[in-house]
Design a protein around this ligand. Structure first.
Ligand SMILES: Nc1ncnc2c1ncn2[C@@H]1O[C@H](COP(=O)(O)OP(=O)(O)OP(=O)(O)O)[C@@H](O)[C@H]1O
Length: 592
């Protein structure tokens, strides 16, 4: 791996330098003299999102943008750089916002990679994310190559190669910019191998794992060979080795002579790449602090996590290590379970039991099969039926469960659910959480905490309604802004519960969906990338609530999927167990 990374570096540097030797050295990359930044279309009296911003980026700098006390600040600031917000007064001509471009069109020269969630504009309907597991529909057949790299498609037949018919001296259209195309193609081949995507190029998009899709989007942007590359949380959803590969690729780009300039948005809890020279901090009050890395980090030392997590302490003796017998029937029991698509086996002879009260960390590289495994347990995967006799869920074979009844026993968060959750106008935070009681996505009932089992209104003030309302406030108090911001009063919590879900930042939406997963106190909680977009305070609040704040009650089991060890609320000391998938093969890991 290391050798191939080095090899890639030298080639990549070569490929990129050819293109990036523009003669604009010395001009600042970015220059905001002193301006405020507003939403597009905001009137003159509007309050700016960012006030009195002074920010200059020199060509040799490597900048990282962080937010403190706000999850949307960093993303908004990066959006401002790509023309999605109004900068007033605008940086003066002729140099403008990006002096180094010297008149070149920013649209052709600047690329943003962001994994932001669906906006309200994307519509209010629920998107059926389980389509991925069923028969692939005609409209879903489009492959990864078709979507991102259509120019790399191989001709179906050699007669389809135009040069075989053309006059030997004719200049063919595809040769016009062939040097550029050759370097682009070379870069494509290198990136696809380095990020291990080659075998997925001709699979339908819908069959790709989250991490695989993200890698493809990053490659596509690198192939555009922008002069300025802006990445917002590019490490989200990537496994540990892919994260370090991507950072090596970016470091190599940064160091190469005719490089693209890079600005990267990161979470405050993430380690900064060592080649970072400068940091911009977006504060909650809309001020932005910029400067050299060392100087800025000193000023926000209080916000930087001390990496105090117990995940790596190895002193506990886990019951399974001492051979203690689990007497109760497990909530989930997989006995030699397999999943394949044609010849492709993605889960191989999986044996796994999830007992009551257990805490699991499910680990595995991108594409290892984690989401597929969870889709079997939630009954969403059609092959959960073919495996039915080997897949016991809540003491019955899978086929004995109508899927909605299974869902009522499982609280979950996943990137697919996050992405698919409706952003309907008028759907408040309270509504979004309350939909959990019916297991659907439409708020129901007078108090928006669902209906009774027979579909009628709950008895007003009755036991069930009272319990549900209490649960709503429990999750709101445990995970709402009073747990992760300085605001501590009940009024602020009530105001939060009334906010439109679609208007929340990505991290706030994540924490609301976590409340939704926990509010019904289901026997099994599946948290797949639940911390996505959350800032350090939110992650800490969520960890605390799950560990000791009553987020999980006696009897409930919880499985966490995260590529970040420190996000898992429990360490070995707390009895967490680890189940690892490697290329579809699963095994439990024990402390060493
Ligand atoms: N319909 C399908 N056809 C073929 N292969 C598929 C299909 N659905 C999933 N796969 C493959 O199954 C493998 C496991 O995917 P899965 O989403 O479970 O991975 P994951 O471990 O959750 O990855 P990530 O960490 O990136 O989310 C992937 O290699 C994926 O390409």
């Amino acid at each position: 791996m290391f050798l191939s990374t080095l090899k890639w570096h030298s080639n990549a540097t070569f490929s990129f330098t050819k293109r990036f030797l523009g003669n604009t050295a010395g001009y600042p990359v970015l220059h905001i003299p002193r301006s405020s930044i507003y939403p597009l279309g905001a009137g003159k009296a509007a309050k700016p999102l960012f006030q009195d911003v002074t920010w200059t980026i020199s060509p040799e700098d490597a900048w990282v943008v962080l937010s403190v006390g706000t999850t949307s600040g960093k993303t908004n600031l990066l959006q401002a750089l790509t023309g999605h917000l109004r900068i007033s007064p605008p940086p003066p001509p002729p140099d403008g916002l990006f002096p180094f471009l010297q008149g070149r069109d920013p649209h052709d020269s600047i690329a943003l990679v962001s994994f932001a969630h669906r906006s309200r504009a994307a519509g209010g309907a629920f998107v059926d994310f389980t389509a991925r597991y069923g028969a692939v529909r005609e409209e879903d057949k489009v492959t990864l190559r078709d979507t991102f790299f259509p120019e790399t498609a191989k001709p179906l037949h050699e007669l389809a190669i135009p040069s075989l018919h053309a006059h030997p001296n004719a200049i063919l259209p595809h040769e016009v910019d062939s040097a550029k195309e050759t370097s682009r193609r070379q870069l494509f081949e290198e990136l696809v191998d380095t990020l291990a995507l080659r075998q997925f190029l001709d699979l339908p998009m819908i069959a790709l794992s989250n991490g695989q899709t993200r890698k493809a989007r990053i490659i596509k942007t690198l192939l555009e060979q922008p002069d300025l590359l802006i990445l917002d949380e590019p490490l989200t959803g990537l496994d540990v080795s892919t994260r370090s590969l991507l950072l090596s690729i970016l470091s190599s780009l940064h160091k190469s002579p005719g490089r693209p300039h890079i600005i990267m948005g990161m979470r405050i809890q993430d380690p900064l790449p060592d080649w970072t020279t400068h940091v911009a901090i977006v504060h909650k009050d809309g001020t932005i602090q910029t400067g050299k890395k060392e100087d800025i980090l000193k000023t926000i030392a209080d916000h930087i996590p001390s990496h105090h997590f117990e995940g790596k302490l190895i002193t506990a003796t886990h019951p399974s290590a001492t051979g203690a017998v689990q007497e109760q029937e497990p909530l989930v029991d997989l006995d030699d379970v397999n999943v394949s698509y044609g010849d492709r086996k993605v889960l191989k002879n999986i044996n796994w039991k999830i007992e009551k009260n257990s805490r699991w960390h499910l680990l595995g590289a991108n594409g290892a099969g984690k989401t597929t495994l969870l889709a079997l347990i939630t009954g969403e995967h059609p092959q959960s039926y073919t495996n039915s006799s080997k897949l016991r869920l809540f003491s019955r074979p899978r086929a004995k469960w109508p899927t909605p009844h299974l869902h009522a026993r499982i609280g979950r968060v996943s990137p697919e659910l996050h992405n698919a959750f409706p952003r309907r106008k008028g759907l408040t935070v309270w509504d979004a959480i309350g939909t959990a009681f019916d297991g659907g996505f439409v708020p129901r009932g007078r108090k928006r905490v669902g209906l009774s089992e027979d579909g009628t209104e709950l008895e007003e003030g009755g036991e069930i309604e009272t319990w549900r309302l209490n649960r709503m406030w429990h999750v709101l108090e445990g995970l709402g802004p009073t747990a992760w911001s300085r605001v501590k009063d009940r009024e602020a919590l009530e105001a939060f519960s009334k906010r439109p879900f679609a208007d929340l930042s990505h991290g706030e939406q994540s924490i609301v969906l976590l409340m939704r997963a926990l509010v019904t106190q289901p026997p099994l909680v599946l948290l797949d990338e639940a911390w996505s977009g959350m800032d350090e305070e939110m992650v800490e609040a969520a960890r605390k609530y799950l560990r000791e704040g009553g987020g999980l009650q006696d009897g409930q089991a919880c499985v966490v999927i995260s590529h970040w060890e420190e996000e898992v609320p429990w360490g070995w000391n707390d009895g967490v167990r680890r189940f690892q998938l490697i290329d579809g093969v699963g095994k439990e890991l024990f402390p060493q």
